[in-house]
Design a protein around this ligand. Structure first.
Ligand SMILES: Nc1nc2c(c(=O)[nH]1)N[C@H]1C(S)=C(S)[C@@H](COP(=O)(O)OP(=O)(O)OC[C@H]3O[C@@H](n4cnc5c(=O)[nH]c(N)nc54)[C@H](O)[C@@H]3O)O[C@H]1N2
Ligand SMILES: Nc1nc2c(c(=O)[nH]1)N[C@H]1C(S)=C(S)[C@@H](COP(=O)(O)OP(=O)(O)OC[C@H]3O[C@@H](n4cnc5c(=O)[nH]c(N)nc54)[C@H](O)[C@@H]3O)O[C@H]1N2
Ligand code: SF4
Ligand SMILES: [Mo]
Length: 688
């Protein structure tokens, strides 16, 4: 085997990697965006390639029955028969930001163009939908305005609701490298918890969860009061400043400081950094996105960039992409409203274009329901078939009690590389090839498209996702429109749909990748993608859930594990450093409840309970933090406790704000040997 290049299948940084002739994963120093850097997670991919895989299609008509192995031919026939008898609007497709671009494109063509329903959503709804909405409202499109190169000469960085040190490690390392180069460089982290990112910053602002909109509004107020607004930029290139400022004036620093529970000086300092730094990049992620007022949180931060002209050579509002191909998913339009090339089903012109392009007709103009709405529709008996691809909803969706009921009720197809918890409720399971077992492209956070080559065979009967979709399409009678010999044919078709669009990939070929689409600065000439070509301020309204409970539970990530752990959980090397399922608690809060470190507690919300052990940490009083992704064999699902209320504009669920009570549950006899640091047992698989 020779060296084979591929993109890391984990976070949105999109590191270029290769696997060498001995089967070791290394950083690809020729990759233009990440230049050979990488973190720990992909190093252990080979340990997990073959553990707990699904290797053949499995079927059972009734959920109480055991699965039996069937052939692909039988599996396709079952799907064909279902799709030909169930009305399209009673089917639903739930896909993922971890699919290759070619795969997302094909399933969208299949569903929106040929099955003719917009009943499709991606797990990015739980992740990027808020940032997408806010970017579109402010700039008219949702591409990230700058690139990683901008880190190398910036002198101020803000991480708001982002634990990039563990979530986007290679990007964070680049920021730290920049700081080592110059004493002027300042890193500020805004997070209720002193995360690794906060510890490595110059200033940690420990904000009360849910109140970022107030904080940033107050910063805008201060910038204005101090005479720091860049009116040349505001007047020349933006609209709506007055309205945004008028709303921000409700939050002078003394009021904001008590709502956010932060010192007034910190508000002043952030205002000053916006006004006086040379170049400022603010990075944000799920602490802003997954909130009831998530779009407003995003806009309140973007407003600051507009008020001080911090774009292009002066800075960037940089939304960190979670999954490795959430950007590619946006390019193909994989949420329930999207169409390829940053198009939208609501636009007649966009629909007509895609209908001509696909040689079809009748694309529906109304966006389909989001995934949390679809769960309700299933419960109400309005959706009969759910096809889940490359995501694990039984663990990662909010209100898993409700999700479980829905998955039990619906005819469930799970298409996954590994056996996961959602498989337990499936009727039909389709074995998918994973990264390295198929080829295709993904786009990282800074718009760099990377081609991943194949370097191993899929186990058993597993097939690339795109092939599964095209085989079904052919049986549906759409042979001519889905007649691809390989991924490259799909890419060549897709890229033509982007010609002349903001995300124009039409000059890229597999041979020329990795390469970035768009200019270094998406809005180089300060002409934005809005109708007036101006960027837009929005009054960033503050709203917070009025839940009752003695603690606020925030949920998030583990350093060496990826979400629901189907792959990273199979690597003994990656499990070694992780604690058994825990919460982070402030020691003073714990003492008041008579809880010692490593004790067991029950966390209770109005939706359910879960047990965890307690680890002490510097977290704001009244807040706890816990990772969300443990498979059910390790722990009670935390998302059973989390409500499915959503941001009204983006329909992204509020996953970071759950009112809970903590009930001491005694000493930790199960886990605590000496200091409780007994690591996970090696991940098992319950595959039948
Ligand atoms: N409480 C709480 N809940 C959350 C979050 C939170 O912060 N708090 N975060 C949310 C966010 S941002 C996200 S992105 C989601 C993530 O949630 P999920 O998407 O459910 O998590 P993953 O474990 O990444 O699931 C990916 C699945 O794809 C499979 N897979 C890997 N490669 C392939 C492939 O090539 N083809 C196919 N078909 N399958 C493959 C894996 O085995 C796995 O089962 O969770 C969300 N849920
Ligand atoms: N190791 C690892 N890396 C990953 C992933 C993984 O599973 N594991 N998943 C990837 C994906 S899909 C995503 S989306 C990203 C997510 O990356 P991040 O968003 O960085 O990760 P989270 O832990 O979900 O949340 C970040 C922080 O938000 C804080 N927070 C909660 N509520 C608030 C609030 O109201 N205000 C503020 N300011 N902060 C708040 C939490 O304390 C937490 O530290 O990570 C990606 N990278
Ligand atoms: S930083 Fe993200 S993309 Fe890069 S190697 Fe780590 S997980 Fe993979
Ligand atoms: Mo995500």
């Amino acid at each position: 085997m020779k060296d084979t290049a591929f993109q890391c299948p984990y976070c949105g940084v999109g590191c270029g990697l290769y696997i060498d002739d001995k089967g070791k994963v290394k950083g690809d120093s020729l990759h233009p965006a990440t230049k050979g850097d990488l973190c720990k997670k992909p190093l252990y991919l080979p340990e997990a390639f073959d553990k707990g895989r699904i290797t053949a299609p499995l079927f059972r008509e009734a959920k109480e029955k055991p699965f039996k192995e069937i052939s692909w031919e039988e599996a396709y026939r079952i799907i064909e028969q279902k799709l030909k008898t169930i009305p399209p609007d009673k089917t639903y497709f739930y896909i993922s930001g971890q699919l290759l671009t070619e795969e997302s494109y094909i399933i969208n063509k299949f569903v929106k163009g040929f099955l003719k329903t917009n009943n499709i959503d991606s797990n990015s709804r739980l992740c990027m939908a808020t940032a997408v909405t806010a970017y579109k409202m402010a700039f008219g499109s949702d591409g990230v305005p700058c690139t990683y190169e901008d880190i190398d000469d910036a002198d101020a960085f803000i991480f708001a609701g982002s634990n990039a040190a563990i979530s986007h490690p290679v990007l964070f390392k680049r920021v730290l490298r920049r700081r080592r180069e110059s004493e002027q460089v300042l890193i500020i982290t805004i997070d209720p918890y002193e995360t690794e990112t906060a510890r490595k910053s110059d200033l940690h602002i420990s904000i009360r969860a849910g109140t970022d909109t107030v904080f940033f509004n107050s910063v805008l107020y201060t910038i204005h009061r101090e005479g720091w607004v860049n009116f040349q930029f505001v007047d020349g290139y933006t609209e709506g400043f007055e309205e945004a400022l008028k709303y921000a004036e409700k939050f002078p620093p003394d009021i904001a400081s008590s709502i956010c529970d932060v010192p007034e000086e910190d508000i002043y300092l952030v205002a000053k950094v916006f006004a006086q730094s040379k170049k400022l990049i603010s990075f944000w992620c799920q602490g802003l996105n997954q909130s009831l007022n998530g779009v407003m949180k995003n806009l309140s931060l973007i407003n600051l960039h507009l008020a001080t002209g911090r774009i292009n050579e002066k800075g960037c509002p940089f939304s960190l992409t979670g999954q490795p191909n959430a950007m590619g998913g946006r390019e193909v339009g994989y949420l329930s409203n999207g169409l390829p090339g940053y198009r939208d089903v609501r636009s007649e012109e966009d629909r007509r274009f895609m209908e001509n392009f696909w040689k079809t007709e009748g694309i529906k103009p109304m966006p389909g329901p989001s995934i949390t709405e679809a769960v309700d529709l299933i419960t109400e008996g309005k959706i009969d078939l759910l096809w889940v691809v490359c995501t694990n909803p039984l663990v990662s969706l909010p209100s898993t009690g409700k999700v479980e009921e829905a998955l039990k009720k619906v005819f469930l197809i799970v298409q996954d590389a590994y056996w996961n918890d959602s498989c337990e409720l499936a009727n039909l399971i389709l074995p998918a090839a994973q990264i390295g077992e198929k080829e295709g492209t993904m786009t990282g956070s800074d718009r760099t498209v990377t081609f991943s080559r194949q370097f191993r065979y899929p186990p058993g009967e597993a097939k690339p996702d795109w092939l599964i979709f095209t085989e079904v399409a052919k049986r549906m009678g759409w042979e001519e429109s889905f007649n691809y010999r390989s991924a490259v044919d799909i890419f060549e078709e897709f890229k033509r749909a982007t010609r002349g669009r903001l995300c124009d990939l039409s000059n890229l070929t597999y041979a020329r990748l990795p390469s970035r689409w768009g200019k270094r600065w998406l809005y180089e000439d300060l002409k934005f993608a809005t109708e007036s070509k101006k960027a837009k301020f929005h009054p960033a309204r503050f709203e917070i859930p009025q839940d009752r409970g003695s603690f606020l539970m925030m949920t998030g990530r583990m350093k060496d594990q990826w979400h629901t752990m189907t792959r990273t959980g199979k690597s003994p090397s990656l499990l070694k450093g992780e604690l058994p399922p825990y919460i982070i608690m402030n020691p003073d809060d714990a003492r008041e409840l008579g809880i010692s470190e490593w004790d067991r507690v029950v966390i209770r919300s109005k939706l359910g309970e879960a047990e965890r052990i307690v680890k002490f940490g510097k977290i704001k009083r009244g807040h706890i933090f816990t990772p969300f992704g443990y498979p059910r064999e390790f722990a009670d699902p935390i998302n059973r406790l989390v409500s499915d209320r959503c941001d009204p504009l983006s329909k992204e669920p509020d996953l970071k704000f759950t009112a809970v009570d903590i009930i001491p549950a005694g000493k930790n006899i199960n886990w605590c040997e000496e200091d409780g640091r007994r690591p996970f047992k090696h991940g098992r698989s319950r595959q039948p």
